[in-house]
Design a protein around this ligand. Structure first.
Ligand code: BGC
Length: 757
């Protein structure tokens, strides 16, 4: 608050720029004083020599010559201490001022030791684990030369058609903010100059997770009120946690794409939130403003730098047009100096200006990458990410000497374990589910049949196959596959079917209008169910799926997302009960695509549908579906059961300078020890702008032995009850609040308290 006040004061009364209120770094200022305009523009250029995964259509050319000429500020897609040293030498020994390079990478869920996809990891609700995962990823990535990471991705997403829902933390701004903070702290540590920490980038600012119709890169048009209350909090949390850089999103926001949006990048990010790091575009997103209809390359590049964008990823609009824009009077040299200063300050922050080879220690990869310790953390993280969606007849956990038929196209498969955006991981190192079950239960009798292809639709399969052989095209006769599987199932005591999506069915540019399990796999599932054998579905996906039909079958369902390099071992741990599943969904799972977008914070309308779910004319409901999701946000079962009692407030009143304790007793009433994620939801009954139906305001993950009870307490102060009002002021309003504490978002309110003036 102080910072904002100071900056406004400086701008309004002293006539000096916001940045001048910050402390200048002598090393950076000395460099800036020596730099030509071209050299400053060079710092704003981010290239990829094509060594990594190029996601856009453009790959940079002539990178080496450009580095030597001082025309590059950073590169990505380059790794290993030797290659990074080479790249740094090109810059340090050949360019006039010898400024080292930022070395970027997309380290999204682990580096070489791949963890579950972020959506999966978010289902752990375990901030220590998430932070530890980010720390481990930073240790591995920096050992391989990386000093700047394009993560965390914190885009709130409520539309499972959108493939990149896999990369984020789900639908909720509060949980999303906690996760954003944990990841920034994990990557950056206490001191960015330490060689095992890397600079984080919060992305994609902003609102990228709300594209119209769930189609990637599509337009976003949203009220400010909704932005501030629902979509912006995780970006802000990352900024508050000290994130070093921010990446813009591809999408249009209110008529101006993020990369050219001055309101977003300057008024909000810098002036209101006090962000002091630098802003990088997404892959060619500056150039893409031409296609958005905002002018030619010179015009959109000028728009971007004037809006507050500092670094241009791959498109080279800055490199090729900014000098002319200065000459034409479209951009001031001061604007370019400010951007170059921010890039140099980042290099200073990570220790590169003092030691360009800080991340080129050749002894580190062997010590730090893919160690036993890292793999065991990946295994633990995967077990914590799984969500038990349905229990049937106590089939789970399985006995370690059971006679098991393992069926399904994802049961004995390495290619799909890592999930989307794992370009630095190696799928061949992953443990298939079949192997993992055998590892955990060597005395079980486990047989295997593929049962079905991932998809028999070859047109679809080819489309999702762009990055390699991740999905099997219909290469085996469906009838033969099915018969083999049914024979095996009939000869077993229990069937475990590993089914769902291939890696490339979610992630970037992988939107789907049909979010069910592919038809041929659905057929396999229903035929297996007909055998009458106890059936466990192990469901893999990068998004919430529509599993209405499968939920109606007599089956148990364990959601495992894409679990990472230790996939099979983790699934073994959970299926055989070495770890009792505790994950909870961080998105509402719809009954059908027709309900999308769907989330638990929905407002009450003026004509709410009846609570019974019965259809009523002229009420807000559907003719053909209940309003409620198939599976609510916060939902997830355990092998044991938990009961909540004595939900209460320590007082009926909360004073403006006080706090109140909301508590519940949770008892493990089942037959296993277990962990429960206890959630607090609050509803502001009356406010000046319509309130959400409920809001998550706290959660705690607790372990309870069988029969054990614990009281869980949340301390709430007026600060926790704040929201953005119509004038976008962050305020609380006195009055009545309702609350409940439960194991899912769909419980009834259990108590009230009043916030006094
Ligand atoms: C993605 C970003 C990513 C960048 C660089 C883009 O296509 O949207 O999330 O960081 O590529 O790889």
């Amino acid at each position: 608050m102080k910072k904002i006040y100071l900056s406004i004061f400086c701008i309004a009364f002293l006539g000096i720029s916001f940045l001048s209120a910050q402390e200048k770094i002598p090393q950076v200022e000395e460099l800036l004083a020596k730099m030509t305009l071209e050299e400053k523009i060079g710092q704003l250029n981010l290239l990829t020599p094509g060594g990594g995964v190029a996601t856009g259509s453009v790959v940079s050319e002539g990178v080496e010559a450009k580095i030597k000429a001082g025309k590059v500020g950073g590169v990505f897609g380059v790794s290993s201490p030797a290659k990074v040293r080479q790249a740094q030498e090109l810059a340090v020994k050949n360019s006039r001022l010898g400024i080292p390079l930022l070395i970027g990478s997309d380290v999204i869920h682990g580096y070489k030791t791949t963890y579950p996809i972020p959506l999966g990891l978010s289902a752990s609700w375990d901030m220590d684990l998430i932070k530890e995962g980010a720390q481990m990823a930073a240790k591995e990535a920096t050992a391989d030369g990386i000093n700047w990471n394009f993560s965390p991705m914190v885009d709130i997403a409520r539309d499972p058609r959108w493939g990149r829902i896999a990369e984020g933390a789900g639908e909720d701004p509060y949980l999303g903010s906690q996760i954003a903070k944990a990841m920034v702290h994990g990557y950056q540590g206490e001191d960015l100059t330490q060689p095992h920490t890397m600079m984080a980038t919060v992305k994609h600012m902003a609102l990228y997770g709300a594209p119209e119709a769930g189609r990637d890169y599509n337009t976003v048009d949203m009220s400010r009120l909704k932005m501030f209350n629902e979509y912006l909090p995780p970006y802000k949390a990352a900024v508050d946690a000290g994130v070093g850089s921010v990446m813009t999103s591809f999408n249009d926001i209110d008529g101006i794409p993020a990369s050219g949006n001055k309101w977003l990048l300057t008024d909000l990010l810098r002036e209101r939130w006090g962000f002091e790091g630098f802003v990088v575009s997404d892959y060619t997103s500056v150039n893409e403003m031409i296609a958005h209809g905002l002018g030619d390359l010179q015009a959109v590049s000028a728009l971007a730098i004037n809006a507050g964008l500092d670094m241009d990823m791959v498109g080279e609009g800055f490199l090729t047009t900014l000098k002319k824009s200065v000459e034409d009077g479209l951009v001031s040299e001061d604007q370019i100096t400010k951007a170059a200063r921010r890039i140099l300050e980042a290099k200073h922050k990570i220790g590169l200006l003092d030691d360009p080879y800080l991340y080129s220690d050749e002894s580190r990869p062997e010590k730090d990458i893919l160690t036993e310790e890292n793999r065991s953390l990946a295994r633990k993280a995967a077990t914590r990410s799984f969500v038990l969606l349905k229990k049937h007849n106590n089939t789970l956990p399985l006995a370690k000497d059971a006679n098991i038929a393992m069926i399904g196209p994802l049961a004995n498969n390495k290619n799909n374990m890592l999930g989307t955006w794992a370009p630095t991981g190696n799928p061949q190192l992953s443990v298939p589910i079949l192997e993992g079950l055998k590892n955990v239960a060597p005395n079980a009798n486990i047989t295997y049949a593929k049962g079905a292809n991932i998809s028999d639709d070859s047109t679809f399969a080819k489309k999702v196959n762009v990055f390699g052989e991740k999905i099997q095209i219909a290469d085996e006769s469906p009838e033969t596959l099915l018969k083999e599987a049914l024979d095996l199932a009939n000869a077993s005591d229990v069937v475990v079917a590993v089914v769902g999506e291939a890696t490339e069915m979610s992630g970037e540019a992988a939107s789907r209008t049909d979010i069910t399990i592919p038809d041929n796999q659905k057929k396999l599932i229903s035929e297996l169910a007909k055998t009458g054998k106890p059936l466990v579905l192990v469901l893999m996906s990068g998004r919430p799926l529509d599993i209405s039909e499968e939920m109606a079958l007599p089956v148990s369902i364990l959601q495992i997302w894409h679990p990472g390099v230790e996939a099979g071992n983790a699934v073994g741990d959970v299926l055989f009960g070495d770890y009792n599943p505790s994950g909870k969904l961080t998105n509402s799972w719809p009954r059908s695509v027709g309900q999308i977008p769907i989330h638990y914070r929905m407002k009450t309308t003026g004509r709410p549908g009846p609570e019974s779910g019965e259809f009523q004319k002229f009420k807000s409901n559907y003719l053909d579906s209940p309003n409620t999701p198939l599976l609510p946000f916060g939902y997830g079962l355990s092998y044991t059961t938990f009961e909540y009692s004595d939900v209460k407030a320590s007082s009926k009143e909360l004073s403006a300078d006080g706090s109140i304790e909301l508590s519940a007793t949770v008892t493990n009433t089942g037959n296993y020890d277990g962990e429960e994620i206890v959630q607090l939801y609050i509803r502001d009954v009356v406010r000046s702008v319509t309130p959400p139906g409920k809001e998550l305001k706290g959660f705690q993950k607790i372990a309870l032995k069988k029969g054990e009870s614990k009281t869980v307490t949340f301390t709430i102060s007026p600060e926790d009850l704040k929201f953005y009002n119509y004038d976008i002021e962050y305020v609380y309003e006195p009055g009545e609040f309702e609350f409940f504490i439960a194991g899912s978002s769909d419980s009834e309110f259990a108590g009230t308290f009043t916030l006094k003036k």
